[in-house]
Design a protein around this ligand. Structure first.
Ligand code: UDP
Length: 256
């Protein structure tokens, strides 16, 4: 058991949606894991904020999530408008950091990979198994299964009780699926990781570091996957609303 008790993180609201502020999200998560407290993690970006603003179900899921991390540069810029300095922590990096921590001998946390196309999730799991031979992968399932396979998947999750469940179904499908199934494994970290398996499997490229440092990873993703352009329309909308909120809105920092 850790000697530090679990402490709630302060949160800041951007256009009504919470974002938790921390210097070390993974330590906070591992503390909770060691205390048997499960965590639903939402990795927040501008697109999700806009979608949640007209989808009460999604807004409710985000509002009830135990941890909402600042995944997108838009979130970082909106926080900065309010004088809050918080580094970006991309969901793909958080997912990778959790997997690396899981493989450490002092942890040995079991991991489950769910989502993506069949060859993508297999290659992703294989990549991590090769890189971290100690990693204890207790399940791998792709994201295009029928209802009978879904029942089997849920049974497998319940019986294996993984400590970290990575869900790559895209937003908001993964957030809804986690909300619906969290009770099966209430002591685990459940995290929606979007297109991370596509990158880990080598089927898509991550933006180079200099592009990420320029806060232009979103643009790189559109260049690589032009069909994403429609989704990117949320970004200018988010920017205008975030500035308007800064000028006319009220904000407060509060623990969850
Ligand atoms: N996906 C899936 N099942 C579905 C729909 C999508 O497993 O029914 C996967 C898809 O193969 C891809 C991921 O979900 O690997 C979505 O990635 P995206 O980059 O769109 O994630 P987002 O940006 O929405 O978080």
């Amino acid at each position: 058991m850790p000697d530090r008790p679990y402490t709630p993180l302060p949160q800041f609201k951007i256009l009504g949606q919470p974002v938790h502020l921390a210097t070390d999200y993974t330590s906070w998560l591992i503390d909770r894991l060691q205390q048997g407290i499960g965590t639903h993690v939402v990795t927040m970006n501008a697109e999700i904020v806009i979608q949640a603003s007209h989808d009460p179900e999604l807004a409710n899921i985000i509002g009830n999530a135990d941890l909402v991390t600042p995944d997108g540069s838009g979130i970082i810029m909106a926080l900065r408008l309010h004088g809050v300095e918080q580094p970006r922590y991309a969901g793909i990096d958080l997912g990778a950091d959790l997997i690396r921590l899981a493989a450490k001998p002092e942890h040995n946390y079991s991991v489950f990979f769910y989502g993506g196309k069949p060859e993508i999730v297999d290659r992703s799991a294989q990549k991590w198994q090769t890189e971290l031979p100690n990693l204890n992968i207790v399940g791998i399932e792709h994201g295009y299964i029928d209802s009978q396979q879904q029942t089997q998947l849920l049974h497998q999750i319940q019986t294996t009780q993984p400590k970290i469940i990575l869900v790559a179904l895209g937003m908001p499908r993964q957030e809804i699926w986690i909300r619906d199934n969290f009770h099966l494994c209430p002591q685990a970290i459940w995290i929606g990781v979007g297109g991370s398996f596509d990158v880990w499997s080598g089927s898509k490229n991550r933006a180079p570091e200099y592009i990420r440092n320029l806060d232009l990873e979103w643009m790189y993703r559109i260049a690589q996957e032009p069909s994403r352009w429609r989704r990117a329309l949320a970004l200018p909308q988010f920017a205008v609303l975030a500035v308007a909120e800064r000028i006319w809105g009220k904000q407060q920092l509060a623990p969850k």
